[in-house]
Design a protein around this ligand. Structure first.
Ligand code: SIN
Length: 302
């Protein structure tokens, strides 16, 4: 058995697999399928100060090698998450990462402040990359100065480890990663979804009610890997890689590109057992290749 333990941003993970925000709710559905304690961590649905109903439907569309979503940050709001969802997740031996989002810098600060001192919360993932909301979301993640402003406000509100979730819808991912590091972030997770669309040719109209959505799944993996590689080479900050991972080999590519941990998202939709399967495959892969600790592979392809 290889050593799968990793530490990212001061968060100790028993293995490097975290279920990605927006693909596992608050863990309740996956908990019916496998023991969440198997996971290195869980990053919950993007949580805002107030509850949000999300975007009108249809808000999911299949594409070749991927899916588009335009959920619009549907969530029950931070008070309910603290009252019911975090206590549920505390039953499991896994790192609880709260993904937070907002319409304004003050929103982000206020949500982070509510989490300060909340038992069992291992860290905060600051979502500055949601492409599906009209105010906030991705708007905060495509300009280095604005991204830094959000992170700096959140940093001032909490001592919890901070992970900035970055958008791929930028010309220079390195500039954004450098800015959030400078503002006090402990790690970055990348990538969130790519902005895209699908046309319903019978209706001669966009398929998603919100016209555009975020593309995830195997289609985005080469882009995500390229961005992880670029950030690893240019910015001294731990990286959590994600984008189209559906096997241990996919995950190892991200680790060799420079990620210390990884998230799986869309893969759970076509294989709800993807997380425990990938953890097992990872262990087998390391044994088969004579690698005693996963950490040895971080950045190994450079
Ligand atoms: C959504 O709720 O629209 C997706 C969240 C995200 O992409 O960050």
């Amino acid at each position: 058995m290889a050593n799968l333990q990793v530490s990212v941003a001061g968060i100790e993970l028993k293995n490097p697999l975290i279920t990605a925000s927006g693909t596992c709710g608050y863990g309740r559905e996956l908990a019916e399928l496998f023991d969440l304690s198997l996971l290195g961590g869980i990053s919950v649905k993007g949580t805002t100060l107030q509850p949000r109903a999300g975007n009108p439907t249809p808000r999911i569309a299949e594409t070749a090698s991927g899916m588009l979503n335009s959920v619009g940050l549907q969530n029950p709001g931070i008070d309910r998450v603290i009252a019911t969802e975090i206590p549920f997740l505390r039953r499991f031996n896994t790192a609880i990462i709260i993904n937070i989002a907002g319409h304004s810098v003050e929103d982000y600060r206020a949500v982070a402040a509510r989490l300060e001192g909340e038992a069992g919360v291992a860290g905060i993932e600051v979502n500055i990359s949601c492409p599906n909301v009209s105010g906030g979301g991705m708007a905060f993640g495509v300009d280095p100065a604005v991204a830094a402003e959000v992170i700096s406000a959140v940093r001032g509100a909490t001592r919890l480890p901070l992970i900035a979730k970055l958008s791929p819808n930028v010309t220079d991912i390195v500039a954004i990663a450098a800015a959030v590091k400078e503002a006090g972030c402990d790690a970055v997770s990348l990538i969130n979804t790519l902005h895209g669309m699908v046309i319903d040719v019978e209706k001669r109209a966009p398929l998603l009610a919100n016209k555009f959505g975020g593309l995830s799944g195997p289609a985005v993996k080469p882009i995500a890997l390229r961005m992880v590689w670029q950030v690893y080479e240019a910015v001294d900050i731990p990286i959590i890689g994600l984008g189209g991972i559906s096997s241990a080999e996919d995950a190892i590519e991200f680790i060799m590109a420079g990620a210390s941990a990884f998230q799986i998202g869309s893969a759970s939709f076509h294989d709800p057992q993807a997380a425990p399967r990938i953890i097992e495959q990872l262990d087998d892969w390391l044994d088969a290749h004579g690698v005693s600790a996963i950490g040895e592979l971080v950045g190994a392809a450079h």
